[in-house]
Design a protein around this ligand. Sequence first.
Ligand code: PHE
Length: 342
Amino acid sequence: LKSKYLTLIADAGDENSLEDLRVQALGKKGEISLQMRELGKMTPEERKTAGPALNALKDEINSALVAKKSGLQDAALDERLRSEWLDVTLPSRNRPAGTIHPISQVTDEVTAIFADMGFAVAEGPQIESDWYNFDALNIPGHHPARAEMDTFYTHRAEGDNRPPHVLRTHTSPVQIRSLEANGAPIRIICPGRVYRADYDQTHTPMFNQVEGLAIDKDISMANLKWVLEEFVKAFFEVDDVELRFRASHFPFTEPSAEVDIRCSWEGGTLKVGEGDDWLEILGSGMVHPKVLTAAGVDPSVYQGFAFGVGIDRIAMLKYGIPDLRAFFDSDLRWLRHYGFRS
Ligand code: PHE
């Protein structure tokens, strides 16, 4: 019996046949189990020798099974190691690499230029309260600017008479939030998305602005002019660029100016710094005392300037992109053409 099983175990080719053998020998109705049962019918004398012998046989077969099992597992592992190898020196498969979207690229460029002039980056929510987007910026409820801005309003539940929240129509609410949080003096820019219900070649319902705000005890419009000129020169990488400050009106600045940049559209490509065209790139002015007061800053001590630049506009100008809408079409061919390799 012993040599029969030891041979069978030694010859077993896989774990399944090994398990069959175990059942055949040691299972409930196995050959050895049946013999164990016979012990009961023996005389005590017979049992004394047959009992230990059977137990020893059982142990021996058991350990043969265990040893063979781990031997089979080792062999299986060896086989896998032999067959499943990986050549880490092979060149990798090509994955299409993404590009940086021109808006992200331009936002980074703008941020870096203003960082050099000591401006930190601040952010605010895109869903804004009526107070931050309008009232605190000296745009009261009846003011025509609210209608002019083609505001997207969120919906209030029936019976809820609070004014609705809005998708911020400009980055100017971040002026208020930053002054509230940090007080004056302050020097920040706030890049981000803004929303207006408007759509044509130069307007999309979502676009990007960067707000600038500098408040201190001795700031004048001359500082504003210098900062903007330095910015435009650095951004367009030119020694000289012509800016046109046009008197304008914003409820939150006094005086106010819109700034245009000299450019041309020769042969469909946009050129900055030459030609007879002017492209408006930003609104600006000296922060209105009422705005400072609303933000908790004393206008008899502090004053300063603010501006809002259209990021998409200056991206179009710098990279010669004729249609603003393409920025948000997610057309991969367009992105490959204008996108930036990281
Ligand atoms: N918030 C204005 C706009 O969106 C731009 C602006 C910002 C003007 C700051 C003056 C000062 O048109």
